[in-house]
Write a protein that binds this ligand. Structure first.
Ligand code: PMP
Length: 368
């Protein structure tokens, strides 16, 4: 189909590129779901066909992530941003202990502001002094005594800084904003108290947020919470206390199946993503400083590759020239500047190779 031939390589930080096979299946089923005769956009969220879609999507994610019986998985709306509030509302409100936040970039720093509205907060480490270009070492993290939980951001989307292993937080529940690397690699769910992620980067489209919560933590939620902000409401109603984001859940199901059947599960997905990232970091490292990475090498993200060029004139020309080659949305976030190449799950190797070749060419002969 002509539509396919016209697709560009889309390096958007999110909403982001989707697997072509998923888009094609969604297109083919858009007007009539097989065996149903109506679109997923038209059927009741309480109909048997949607029961099946929801059940398969929940089970598919449970299988991919190896979520054990101690954890619930629920789907919510409000984006990852609502979790900045819901986490402290449910896990911190009314407690004496502080919630600890490890700040490795913009998103964690945004999350901590919302937690302050709910209770005591302790910043266990903040990388702001070096513009969030790295992670803390184990002995730099200063936890409070018995924190209510410890919050981290597994991948800072704007700075391009990604944890390579979970920090050691002792007995405290580890809470992780996994929004920009969810389903890009395996997660040790058992080590976490709570994991949340919006879907519109690696896992699907905007509108649905996955929350994985350890069952014993649900007893912390207080009865004075508005019911739609209480995790228990979603657990008890199987993610359907009201109309859920049906299409976003359907797409999440298709993406999980694509990861399982085509990409070799999360371990295969991880290998694929790491190999893509290496292609670009090798260019940075061999560029003699022409491409200067924002993140320190041991903290580099496999998802968002961030770097600067010698000056803004070069950066503007780089972005413009890239677009002319069908490589789009490479401008870095305004707070960091420079270039950001987001190379999530569905970015094919061919797209990263095209960007690599363009980078090599641009360094040889920048067209300013
Ligand atoms: N956390 C991280 C790590 C993100 O990358 C984003 C979105 N870029 C958010 C939170 C906010 O997500 P949402 O727009 O779904 O609220």
């Amino acid at each position: 189909m002509a539509m396919v031939a016209e697709r560009i390589f889309n390096f958007s930080p999110g909403p982001a590129v989707l697997p072509l096979a998923v888009l094609e299946q969604a297109r083919d089923e858009m007007v009539s779901l097989p065996g149903v005769g109506a679109s997923v956009l038209e059927i009741s969220h309480r109909s048997p066909p949607f029961d099946r879609i929801l059940e398969e999507t929940l089970q598919g994610l449970r299988d991919l992530l190896a979520i054990g019986p101690d954890h619930d998985l629920i789907f919510l709306q409000g984006g990852a941003s609502l979790q900045f509030s819901m986490v402290p509302m449910n896990l911190l409100r009314g407690r004496d202990a502080a919630a600890d936040y490890i700040l490795t970039g913009t998103w964690g720093s945004t999350a901590v502001k919302e937690a302050r509205r709910e209770g005591k907060v302790h910043v266990a480490w903040d990388g702001a002094a070096t513009k969030h270009d790295r992670l803390p070492t184990a002995d730099e993290i200063r936890l409070s005594p018995s924190p209510a939980y410890v919050h981290v951001t597994s991948n800072e989307t704007i700075q391009g800084v990604q944890w390579k292993h979970d920090p050691d937080v002792g007995d405290a529940p580890l809470v992780c904003d996994c929004s920009s690397d969810f389903l890009s690699r395996p997660i040790d769910v058992g080590r976490h108290g709570l994991i949340y992620a919006c879907a519109q980067k690696n896992a699907g489209i905007a509108g649905v947020t996955a929350v994985i919560v350890r069952k014993d933590l649900l007893s912390r939620s207080r009865d004075d919470l508005p019911s739609m902000l209480d995790y228990r409401t979603f657990v008890q109603a199987g993610s359907r206390p009201n109309t859920p984001p049906v299409f976003a859940i359907y797409i999440l199901g298709l993406v999980s199946r694509w990861i399982r059947d085509t990409m070799g599960g999360l371990a295969g997905m991880h290998r694929h993503n790491a190999a893509k990232a290496r292609l670009l970091y090798d260019v940075l490292d061999a560029s003699g400083g022409f491409y200067a990475g924002h993140a320190r090498p041991d903290c580099r993200s496999d998802m968002n590759v961030t770097f600067r060029l010698p000056d803004e004139r070069h950066e503007t020309a780089f972005v413009k020239g890239a677009a002319a080659h069908g490589l789009v949305d490479l401008k870095g976030h305004r707070s960091v500047g420079g270039i950001r190449a987001s190379i999530y799950n569905a970015m094919p190797v061919s797209g990263v190779e095209a960007l690599r070749d363009y980078m090599l060419d641009f360094q040889r002969s920048p067209r300013l």
